[in-house]
Design a protein around this ligand. Structure first.
Ligand code: SF4
Length: 488
């Protein structure tokens, strides 16, 4: 740490005292105090509910996400998406302030909706909330109905809405609530009593990796399965740069979303970010519903493709079998460099299960596994996954509702070789002097990782290439002269 700073210290401490505390926070004694902490969260590996809702709202054609709440919250969501994707995140807010907090936010919503519609001519305005209107109990349904009755927006403008109080849950719950609300709104009265339409609804879940979404599409095209990807952000946040600004680019076509109720099957690839959505789909949609694990690594990708093959009675094409074979070959070639290495992993439940599954396939040891907001169900599922590998998985410990400051204590007192997580984990990596492999959301400090798939066979190759080459770089950078070899 630099000894000069532009900020004047509030209190002065001797160099010895600073050194003592620096060492103490790496100790077992400090770890115990850190894990006894109850009333404070430090650097959690999650975002808040409305951010997840906004991701869904962006994923539909001509959609303008509308945040009922504070401008500061809206700026946080937009800037997080813009920093991660390096694309604009066009969303609007009714900027509630103190008077809204006292008298309710209905007037803000009226004015905001009227301006948003007049200026940006969206095809749909999904509305969701920040903490403030949730605390005061704003009635979104009544407010939006009143806005239409008073002529602030056309009566036929689609306006699905979700309550997304951030003091309860995280971005994955906001994603779930908004997606459920949008599907229920858009499919209302659209059920075709004549039967299913032969398509697949694919729900990727809260995934900030547009490369993953493109990979799913590649598989479906290869298998000739007609599909609708629901909340498809791939062209929204990975749009072309050709000199023309498009306010609305990509997204699930609204007509296809409306017809999703008639699909032959609906498959979700993230259980924990689509729990309520899938319950609603199960109750209301015509076709089969299935929730599959995020297809990271060979086994889970196989499971995904076999499920598609069975659901649509289509063979798995030779090109995908060949891709699998190449991935297995790449994993075998790289196995020796990752085998037995210990990893700390932090992130969302679905991603964590995928990453741990991949690490076990590589003979690595998922050692500290941390989810900063989850439940016993997830913990049990992760422990069951670890138990499938008595040699490598049995060494792992799962921590739920702990943050990255807890993870720092774990990595300082019981070291690992690397950490896998989003950009928030870089402080742990720096203090523990280990590499951070950036997987998840958000990734704000490296380029293009959101375009590089981590799911599927190609994703397995990408992950192991990133991990193993970094380990080899470290060997080259730190070895003594006599061990500096041409070949590794
Ligand atoms: S936690 Fe609440 S107050 Fe904070 S950014 Fe999220 S919605 Fe806004």
């Amino acid at each position: 740490m630099s000894t000069t700073t532009a900020v004047k210290p509030m209190t002065e401490h001797s160099a010895e005292e600073i050194e003592r505390v620096k060492n103490w926070i790496n100790s077992e004694e400090y770890k115990e105090k850190n894990f006894a902490r109850e009333a404070l969260v430090i650097n959690p590996a999650h975002a808040c509910q409305p951010l997840g809702a906004q991701m869904v709202a962006h994923g539909f054609e001509g959609s303008l996400p509308f945040i009922h709440g504070s401008q500061g919250c809206a700026s946080y969501f937009r800037s997080t998406f813009s920093r991660h994707f390096r694309e604009p995140a066009s969303a609007t807010s009714d900027a509630m302030t103190e008077d809204g907090a006292v008298f309710g936010g209905q007037n803000n919503l009226f004015e905001g909706l009227e301006n948003a519609y007049a200026l940006y001519k969206p095809a749909i305005i999904p509305v969701f909330t920040t903490c403030m209107p949730e605390v005061i109990g704003d009635d979104l349904n009544a407010f939006i109905t009143n806005a239409k009755n008073k002529g602030h927006i056309p009566a036929d403008l689609p306006t699905p809405y979700a309550n997304t109080p951030s003091f309860n849950g995280t971005h994955i719950n906001g994603y779930d609530s908004m997606l459920k609300a949008m599907l229920e709104y858009l499919t209302e009265g659209k059920k075709n009593e004549a039967g299913a339409n032969g398509t697949l609804n694919l729900i990727p879940g809260f995934d900030g990796n547009t490369g993953n979404l493109r990979e799913y599409k590649k598989y479906l095209d290869a298998m000739a399965i007609p599909y609708t990807m629901l909340a498809d952000i791939s062209d929204v946040f990975d749009s072309v740069c050709d000199g023309t600004y498009r306010m609305y680019s990509g997204g699930t076509p609204l007509a296809a979303a409306a017809d999703s109720i008639n699909a032959q099957a609906t498959v979700s690839l993230m259980k924990y970010s689509t729990l309520n959505t899938m319950k609603s789909v199960e109750a209301n949609f015509i076709g089969v519903t299935k929730t599959l694990p995020l297809p990271m690594g060979i086994r889970r990708t196989d499971e995904f493709l076999i499920a598609l093959s069975e659901l649509f009675d289509k063979p798995i094409p030779a090109e995908l079998k060949a891709e699998r074979g190449r991935a297995v070959d790449a994993m075998t070639d790289a196995h020796q460099y990752i085998h037995g290495k210990k990893f700390a992993v932090a992130g969302d439940p679905d991603y964590l299960l995928g990453i741990v599954s991949f690490l076990l396939e590589m003979g690595a040891i998922p050692y500290h596994i941390l989810c900063s907001r989850s439940n016993k169900k997830f913990k049990k599922e992760m422990e069951a996954l670890l138990a499938t590998s008595p040699l490598y998985g049995a060494q792992g410990t799962v921590y739920v509702n702990k943050d990255l400051w807890h993870m720092r204590s774990l990595c300082m007192t019981d070291p690992v070789d690397a950490i896998i997580g989003d950009t928030h984990a870089k402080w742990v990596a720096r203090d523990a002097k280990i590499p951070l492999f950036r997987v998840g959301f958000p990734i704000m400090d490296r380029v293009n990782l959101h375009r590089s798939p981590v799911i599927g066979y190609q994703g397995a190759v990408n992950l192991l290439t990133m991990i193993v080459n970094k380990f080899l770089d470290t060997v080259d950078e730190t070895c003594e002269d006599q061990w500096f070899e041409m070949m590794r």
